[in-house]
Design a protein around this ligand. Structure first.
Ligand code: NAD
Ligand code: DAU
Length: 353
């Protein structure tokens, strides 16, 4: 049996592929366009492993997707591929519409054609699983209840609007065509192979290079952090036992303001790699806020626990310690991802703030 994974060279996708093949011999065909965020090095542990077939290609290429489905006959499509960074969506929204909206549409149409031609058990077992985000629900007031699956969609950034559009397409393909879809809306992930444009890896790599740690605005924006391995286990649970047409919210029960996250990273680095120049917190700076910055996200993950028995295994304390240690142990990976294009992005996003 085979799974078709999209975006499996990115942060969460590569963690999913590695975790899956550590626990199962079911083959994975991994379709990834290798944008700036896609990295073959994330999958280096699978070099020479026949269970992993890497395909360099774009999800908006319908013919390519049709050929892959016909050739590999997957029992499910797991759709991770996306443009994923909010700040990049503010600077250049076009790529987000192309990949997140048009790409999801292309995959849905290809999957529908493939699934329609299946018979019997194969048809009944097929799943299209869409990996989405809590950002589609918008921003919460400080004392508002956490996002449940029935919360209104109120996306505020070009990124979250494009993901909201993709969620709506997935829902419509279930209701109109009966395509057996599953959607997960997850909170902020952190862990190994996280590209250092996002808060946690950026703060770790900047601190190690004695560069400023740029907190947007007052740093009191709240996110609900989940270790990436727990997100991967939630996706496996939903694939195995989720009900077609349903949405499952996935979160860490771990709301924290950005300021506290950055201080925790500094404290861990003070312990694990002390800097003779002084505590890492000396590098914290407050910079101009992100336009339209959502103030708070929090996930109510009771449905996935009640129906599928999933709960996160890591606490934030264990997960962030592992993560900081991973970055200390993988200096080669960190150096390789800080290419010219990465430095240009850092200039674009921070030097004009
Ligand atoms: P990422 O940016 O690290 O990786 C995205 C991957 O998709 C890359 O490998 C990239 O090369 C690939 N890709 C981009 N455009 C493509 C295209 N047109 N065709 C084929 N491949 C393409 O993203 P991530 O953080 O791993 O997120 C994965 C998914 O999970 C996304 O759908 C994102 O919206 C969702 N999500 C992310 C988080 C988070 O905290 N990172 C939380 C909840 C949901
Ligand atoms: O909630 C899930 C989402 O989490 C995913 O859908 C997105 O793909 C993922 O990128 C993430 O979005 P955020 O915008 O929450 O993540 P980011 O790491 O970019 O920022 C986290 C918080 O930290 C946010 O409030 C902005 C702030 N921040 C971020 C950066 C990069 C800073 O204060 N300074 C920074 O330099």
């Amino acid at each position: 049996m085979t799974l078709l994974v999209t975006g499996g060279a990115g942060f969460i996708g590569s963690n999913f592929v590695l975790d899956w093949l550590a626990q199962s011999d079911e083959r994975i065909v991994n379709l990834d366009a290798l944008t700036y965020a896609g990295n073959r090095q994330n999958l280096a542990l699978l070099d020479g492993d026949a269970r992993h077939v890497f395909v360099h290609g774009d999800i908006t290429d319908r013919k390519r997707v049709d050929r892959l489905l016909a050739e590999h006959r997957p029992r499910a499509v797991l759709h991770f591929a996306a443009e994923s960074h909010v700040d990049r969506s503010i600077h250049g929204p076009g790529a987000f519409i192309k990949t997140n909206v048009e790409g999801t549409f292309t995959l849905l149409e290809a999957a529908r054609a493939y699934w329609s031609a299946l018979n019997g058990d194969e048809k009944a077992a097929f799943r299209f699983q869409h990996v989405s985000t809590d950002e589609v629900y918008g921003s919460l007031a400080p004392d508002a209840p956490a996002f449940s699956e029935s919360h209104a969609y109120e996306p505020n950034s070009p990124y979250s609007a494009s993901k909201a559009a993709s969620d709506h397409l997935v829902r419509a393909w279930f209701h109109t065509y009966g395509l057996p879809v599953l959607t997960t809306n997850c909170s902020n992930n952190y862990g190994p192979y996280h590209f250092p444009e996002k808060l946690i890896p950026l703060m770790i790599v900047n601190a190690l290079a004695a560069k400023p740690l740029p907190i947007y605005g007052d740093g009191l924006q709240v996110r609900d952090w989940l270790y990436v391995g727990d997100h991967c286990s939630a996706i496996r649970s939903v694939l195995a036992r989720g009900r077609p047409g349903e949405v499952y919210n996935v979160g860490g029960w771990n709301e924290q303001p950005n300021r506290d996250i950055v201080r925790t990273i500094c404290t861990l680095l003070d312990e694990l790699r002390p800097d003779p120049a002084g505590p890492y917190a000396r590098l914290i700076t407050h910079v101009k806020d992100r336009p339209g910055h959502d103030r708070r996200y929090a996930i109510d993950a009771r449905k996935i626990e009640r129906e599928l028995g999933w709960r996160p295994a890591e606490t934030f304390e264990t997960g962030i310690r592992k993560t900081v240690q991973w970055y200390l142990d993988h200096a080669g990976w960190v150096a390789a991802v800080q290419s010219g294009a990465y430095r240009e992005w850092v200039d674009t996003n921070y030097n004009t703030r």
